[in-house]
Design a protein around this ligand. Sequence first.
Ligand code: NAD
Length: 498
Amino acid sequence: MDQRTTVHSLPTAPREFGFWMDGAWHGGRDLFERRSPGHGVPVTRIPKCTPADLNAAVAAARRAFEDRSWAGLSGAERAGVLLRTAEILRRRRDEIAYWEVLENGKPISQARGEIDHCIACFEVGAGAARLLHGDSFNSLGDGLFGMVLREPVGVVGLITPWNFPFLILCERVPFILASGCTMVVKPSEVTSATTLILGEILAEAGLPKGAYNVVTGSGRSIGQALTEHPDVDMLSFTGSTAVGRSVVHAAADTNFKKLGLELGGKNPIVVFADADLEDAADGAAFGISFNTGQCCVSSSRLIVDARVADELETILSAKMKKIVVGDPLDEATQVGAITTDAQNQTILSYIEKGKAEGARVLTGGGAMSLGKGSYIEPTLFSGVTRKMAIATDEIFGPVLSSFRFETAEQAIQLANDTVYGLAASVWSKNIDTALAAARRIRAGRMWVNCIMAGGPEMPLGGFKQSGWGREAGTYGVEEYTQVKSVHIELGKRSHWIK
Ligand code: NAD
C-alpha cells in the first residue's frame, strides 16, 4: 500500500464489513457506523449480529473442532499456518495499522509497531504449537506406566476491548490455535474491523474453515450471549473488572466454562532515590501517555522517594509538556485521540475530581482543542493521598498521580495498596533494592528500570482483581489445554476376584 496516498488520508466513504463465519463473509445485517475518534468522519460499518448468528458461529467452531481438521493436525502443520499468517501480516501491515488508527484513534507510527508485535505473536505461537507436549510418569512401579496428555479445551469464546483491538487479539489467537482449539471472537463494537480482517488472512494462510469465527455487536447482547453459551468450553475475556465479574457469574450459571480473565489495573511505578531520574521520568511519561493512557498496564501511580520527589516531578512535568499530541494519521504524533466520547468524559471527570479533592496539577489538566476529535493533555497530579478517586480508580487515560514515601517498606505498601495487580515498574540502580521490590509487589508483570518492555515469549496476566490465568508464550498455550492422566497396566493383571 502506498503510504503517501492512502495511509495518511481519510477514506472517502466508510468501509462496510460482513461478519466472518465458517471461512466466509456473511452480510445482510443491520450495521453500526463507526466514526474516526481523531477526525469525526465515518470510517467503518459493522454488522449487528443476532443470537442466531452467534449460534451458527459456535456451531461452526464446534464442527471444526470435532472433525479434527485442526486439532488432528501435527504441531508442525499448525505452526505452518501460523507462520504463513505472520508472513501475510507483514505484507498487510500498513493496511491493518490504518484501520486500527481510524477506529481507535492511536497514532499511525504506534499502530505499525503494534502490528510488528502481532507478527511476533504468530511466530512465537508457531514455536509453541511444535513444542506443546504432556508428561510421563515412569515412577509408578514396573506394572504401571502413566502419561499426562495435553488436549485442547475445545471451542473458545474470545471477547476483546477497544484499546488494543489487534494487539490483544494477536496475544491470544495464535496461542489458542497452537493448542488445537477453535474459536468465536467478539471484538469491541467500536473497533471490530481488524478482528474481521484477520479471518480473511487466516483463511489465506490455510486455517480450516470454522476454526476462527467473528461475531460483531454490542457487549450486552452478543458478548453476554457468548459468555452464557452452553456449547462454549472456555471463555477468554479481556476488559473491565466490572464486566469480568459478570462473566464469572455467567459461567457459573451455565456450564462452568473454563475462564481466562485479563482485567483492569492501577499500576505503580516506584522510583527509589538512587534511580537515574532522567530515565525514570522518561519511563513515567511514556508509561502514562502511551495509547493516551488507555492501557491496562499504564503506570498510573508514581510512588517516589520523598528526597528526590521534587526533582523528579520537575523533570517529568517538563517531559510531559513536550509530548506531541495530535492527529493520529500524522507521523509525528506520539499521543492520539481518546477512543470514545464516553471515555473522554470519564477521564475529564476524574481530572476534575482530582482538583476538587485537593491534588495539585503540575502539568496538563484538561481537554485540548485540535479541531475534530477528543484530545486530553497528559496530566500529572502531585500531593495525591490514598483515598482520592485518582489514587484508587482505574482512569484509563493520561492521568498520573504522584505519591511520596520515606522508607522502602512504605514504597512496597503503597505499591500494593490497590485491588488490582496487573503490572508494576521499579527504578533503582541497586540490585538488592530493585529485586526486593520486584519480589514483593503483587503484580503479574514487573519491569525493572524499564516499562512496557517484553515480547510474546513472556506470560501476561494479573494478580488479585486483575484477572485469572496467563496469555502468550508457553504459559498462554497451556491455558487453552486441559490435562488428562492415562494409566497403562503392563503385563498380567493381578486379579481382584480370586
Ligand atoms: P469492557 O469491559 O466494557 O468491554 C470489553 C469487551 O466486553 C467488549 O468487547 C464489550 O463489547 C464486551 N462486553 C461489554 N459488556 C459485556 C457483557 N455484559 N458480557 C460480555 N461482554 C461484554 O471494557 P472496555 O471499555 O472495552 O476496555 C477497557 C477496560 O479493559 C479497562 O478496564 C482495562 O483495564 C481493561 N483492559 C484490560 C486488559 C488486560 O490485558 N488486562 C487489556 C485491555 C483492557
